[in-house]
Design a protein around this ligand. Structure first.
Ligand SMILES: Cc1cc2nc3c(=O)[nH]c(=O)nc-3n(C[C@H](O)[C@H](O)[C@H](O)COP(=O)(O)OP(=O)(O)OC[C@H]3O[C@@H](n4cnc5c(N)ncnc54)[C@H](O)[C@@H]3O)c2cc1C
Ligand code: FES
Length: 338
């Protein structure tokens, strides 16, 4: 039986149990969210013991070399000791600077990091509340803009989004970890057509990537498809229409599944609209963000339509997974991770 040493105490793991599951089962509070090896909020560092390769999937080489691992995908074969302060060494304090509704259920959160926080527009970060509650959010701002911008969708009963939308105030301190993810614009082929598609707050990284590509002087066509169930799910419509009117290569297509046809708003499934507007996709670069089912379906369709997999960058907004009996994200004991 493997054991994990965390904060000076040994915890036994059941066969095939992950470090995260084992710690949570035994009442230890550890930041986590997706439990699927994606969000990186459960990052830890091993001070001794062998870290399985799978537990480092998606981490930067510099982190791998320093024995960082994701607790939710770490099933050690022997004993493993977790270094104290491991992930904390990578976290940066930030102050909430502004909270501004962008629609009925989307909040723009502006953050001022208190230290260096390097990122590329479109990557995601882990936002940690003072009690250790952790969630991932994509970055909509450009690094030179100074403040970090996130778009947070209010989920009824959602712990972090409800806190941000109704309790958090400018001046509150949070911590940031990351960034992570490959969903960002890389200059180099300014003439390559770009396809950006997402639903809901999947617009956050796309809004950033579009502005980044334009700022980098992208000359090829840029198609931005933003989908929502109903018209009230769309946001930043005026701003994006204005941006498109200033750049002849930017084509912005807001789209809803249900509702009356507003000016310039398409009604119908997003994939059908993409097919109709962009029938030939060979040689394009695509960015897909938001709802996991949509991202996965679109990725497959774009691949079948001739896009190379290396040209499809996608971030699924996986929901926080549940530990037995709850949202699985709220530490069940005081946060001991700091
Ligand atoms: C890589 C990545 C990037 C992300 N970027 C963004 C972003 O830019 N903006 C944003 O608003 N969110 C984003 N998310 C989702 C975000 O991390 C949280 O899951 C979301 O804000 C809900 O957190 P919560 O604490 O409010 O809800 P929770 O308390 O975690 O969940 C409440 C209930 O809602 C369900 N739920 C949770 N998340 C979702 C979801 N995404 N869709 C549907 N149901 C859900 C849960 O299963 C639960 O039943 C991202 C997720 C990932 C993995
Ligand atoms: S990567 Fe482990 S909880 Fe998300």
């Amino acid at each position: 039986m493997s054991r994990v040493k965390y904060e000076a105490q040994w915890y036994p793991l059941e066969p095939e149990e992950s470090v995260l599951d084992g710690l949570l089962r035994q009442g230890v509070a550890v930041p986590h969210a997706c439990m699927a090896g994606v969000c990186q909020s459960c990052l830890m560092r091993a001070s001794s013991g062998a870290v399985p390769e799978k537990a480092q999937a998606g981490l930067k080489d510099t982190l791998k070399a320093r024995h960082y691992f994701l607790a939710c995908s770490c099933r050690p074969e022997g004993d493993l000791e977790v270094a104290s302060g491991g992930a904390d060494e990578l976290r940066v304090s930030a102050r909430i600077e502004a909270l501004e509704p962008l629609s009925e259920d989307v909040l723009r959160v502006r953050l001022r990091p208190q230290g260096a926080f390097e990122y590329r527009t479109g990557q995601y970060l882990t936002l940690l509340r003072a009690d250790g509650l952790a969630r991932s959010y994509s970055v909509a701002s450009l690094p030179h803009e100074g403040l970090l911008e996130l778009h947070v969708r209010l989920l009824p009963g959602g712990v972090m989004s409800t806190w941000l939308c109704s309790k958090a105030r400018p001046g509150d301190e949070v911590r940031l970890q990351g960034p992570a993810g490959e969903c960002f614009y890389l200059p180099g082929h300014p003439e390559q057509p770009l396809l950006l598609a997402g639903t809901g707050t999947g617009l956050a990284p796309l809004y950033g990537i579009v502005r980044d590509a334009l700022a980098e002087g992208h000359t090829g066509p840029i198609w931005l498809f933003h989908g929502a169930r109903e018209p009230k799910g769309l946001y930043l419509v005026g701003e994006l229409q204005r941006l498109a009117s200033q750049h002849s290569n930017l084509h912005y297509r807001p789209s809803v599944l249900e509702g009356r046809l507003g000016e310039g708003v398409h009604v119908g499934p997003l994939d059908a609209l993409i097919r109709a507007e962009c029938p030939k996709l060979v040689g394009w670069r695509a960015f897909l963000c938001g709802d996991p089912a949509l991202v996965s379906a679109l990725r497959k369709k774009l691949f079948l339509a001739g896009l190379s997999l290396k040209d499809i960058h996608a971030d699924s907004f996986l929901p926080s997974a549940s530990a037995p009996g709850g949202a699985g994200a709220t530490p069940r004991a005081p946060d001991t991770s700091r």
